[in-house]
Design a protein around this ligand. Structure first.
Ligand code: 5GP
Length: 110
């Protein structure tokens, strides 16, 4: 089981902010902004690059969950980020989207 599967199964505690049958969202343990939520499919795809056409609906549900989380958090401007691979900063190999907001976010991220 991945770390995020264990969170979804309530084997590891997390501050869950949103959940559907397919998607779970919880606060990052090391927040990089006043709001930092991770949105992930319950299906443990390791990386975005492992997704294929069969995951189209699931990925759409993840993006809609991102927007719903942002609404619930009262965010108007926010960033959605996916780190794909260790060289891009990915450390947990269960696909997830970072939702960051509540402060000014510079671009490019560095
Ligand atoms: P990545 O680096 O893979 O894009 O993002 C993984 C994120 O998971 C990091 O921002 C990290 O702080 C967060 N994280 C790692 N372990 C835990 C944990 O046990 N609980 C929660 N809520 N977040 C975690």
């Amino acid at each position: 089981m991945t770390l995020f599967e264990k969170i979804a199964a309530r084997e590891i505690p997390a501050k869950i902010v949103y959940e559907t049958d397919d998607v779970i969202a919880f606060r990052d343990i090391s927040p990089q902004a006043p709001t930092h939520v991770l949105v992930c499919p319950k299906l443990a795809l390791p990386k975005l690059s492992d997704a294929s056409a069969e995951h189209t609906e699931l990925l759409g549900k993840c993006l809609l969950a991102v927007a719903e989380v942002a609404r619930r958090e009262g965010l108007v401007d926010y960033r959605v980020a996916i780190n794909n691979g260790a060289g891009a900063g990915q450390s947990v190999f269960h696909l997830h989207m970072h939702v960051l907001g509540g402060r000014t976010l510079s671009w490019p991220p560095g």
